[in-house]
Design a protein around this ligand. Structure first.
Ligand code: COA
Length: 333
């Protein structure tokens, strides 16, 4: 199982300015703050402005992570954007971000839905172990892909971006990782139309097939099962137990999912970091956003052992263990 002599040397995030509260939904849909909070833990989420696309959020988060690392864009060899909501079907969003940063370096997108950041961390850490300075960004504008009038799904998602800089450091370790997928049940969380199976059609675009659709109960059950078993796999591979984990930073889809995973793993509640209440589900952006939030709350001391775990459409899942590096934030010191 893969481990890499790599450190996160910079961390940054960007949340769009507009905040949409549960009360805002309650004013126009048949829902309530109480329903949303008790089922999901979400209180509010951020929405990208009409002129903001995924690359705008990604570029802002990327710049912030580079500044944090004390680097400039010229130092970056590889840009990976983990996203399921690219600016355009073609090309990828990463080259757009690279151009905005003034770079013509290696740049590509990675789509593993809400597990994209953990997938990107393994890919990026592998490249960083080989000597590249990697800017890994999770960025999403999922609110553009949900039907704003569908109460069962619109209330769940938010927009945002988070980024890390990955650099080789022989004193640091990222991993082990566990990444998995099961494509036999893709329809429990998907957008049916708009790809090669069912190409984009302006008439269909107005229909439900070109919006995200989800069987919430099935997603919930799979998420709890997969995030728990995947976490157990990386803990065992690392030769540690849940008692050795200082903070679990899981994909922020639903507070009840995080609590159920924590309970099954035997993790005390105060070691499970929660941002879903303020961010909603930001898919591939949720873990780096939560990492930045945890740091702002003083929860990421150098040497802290973290468990990252994610689940998303595909189905996909992924987990890893990492030790928070003392070199993070060198640019701001
Ligand atoms: N406000 C009020 N009622 C709502 C509602 C809302 N925003 N959304 C759905 N409902 C209704 C449903 O229509 C249903 O009504 P019905 O019984 O008359 O048909 C009722 O609430 C119960 O729906 P149900 O789906 O059983 O609720 P739930 O307790 O399972 O919670 C989710 C629904 C979506 C919150 C929950 O299943 C969930 O969080 N799943 C995981 C979603 C997720 O995290 N996805 C991303 C993973 S990466």
């Amino acid at each position: 199982m893969s481990t890499f002599p790599v450190a996160i040397t910079g961390l940054g995030s960007y949340l769009p300015e507009q905040v949409v509260t549960n009360e805002d939904f309650a004013q126009r849909l048949d829902t309530s703050d109480e329903w949303i909070r008790t089922r999901t833990g979400i209180r509010e989420r951020h929405y990208a402005a009409p002129d903001e696309a995924t690359s705008d959020l990604a570029t802002a988060a990327g710049r912030s992570a580079l500044k944090d690392a004390g680097l400039t864009a010229d130092d970056v060899d590889v840009i990976i954007v983990a996203t399921t909501t690219p600016d355009h079907p073609v090309p990828a969003t990463a080259p757009i971000v690279a151009a905005r940063l003034g770079r013509t370096c290696t740049a590509f997108d990675l789509n593993a839905a809400c597990s994209g950041f953990v997938y990107g961390l393994q890919v990026g850490a592998g490249m960083a172990a080989g000597g590249s300075t990697v800017l890994l960004i999770g960025a999403e504008t999922l609110t553009r892909y949900v039907d704003p009038d569908d109460r069962s799904i619109a209330v769940l998602f938010g927009d945002g971006a988070g980024a890390v800089v990955l650099q080789r450091d022989d004193a640091a370790t990222i991993g082990p990782f566990d990444l998995g997928s099961d494509g036999s049940e893709l329809e429990i969380l998907w957008m049916r139309a708009g790809g090669s199976r069912e190409p984009f059609d302006p008439i269909a675009h107005a229909e439900a097939s070109s919006r995200m659709s989800m069987r919430g109960g099935d997603v919930y059950r799979h998420a709890v099962t997969r995030m728990t078993s995947s976490s157990q796999i990386v803990l065992e591979a690392a030769g540690i137990t849940i008692d050795d984990i200082d903070l679990m930073v899981g994909h922020q889809a639903n507070l009840r999912i995080l609590e159920a995973v924590g309970q099954r793993l035997g993790l005390p509640e105060d070691r499970c970091h929660v941002t879903v209440d303020r961010h909603g589900n930001t898919s591939a952006a949720s873990i780096p956003l939560a990492l930045d939030d945890a740091r702002q709350q003083g929860l990421l001391d150098p040497g802290a052992r973290l468990l990252l775990t994610a689940f998303g459409g595909g189905l996909t899942w992924g987990s890893c263990v990492l030790t928070w590096s003392g070199t993070v934030g060198g640019g701001q010191a």
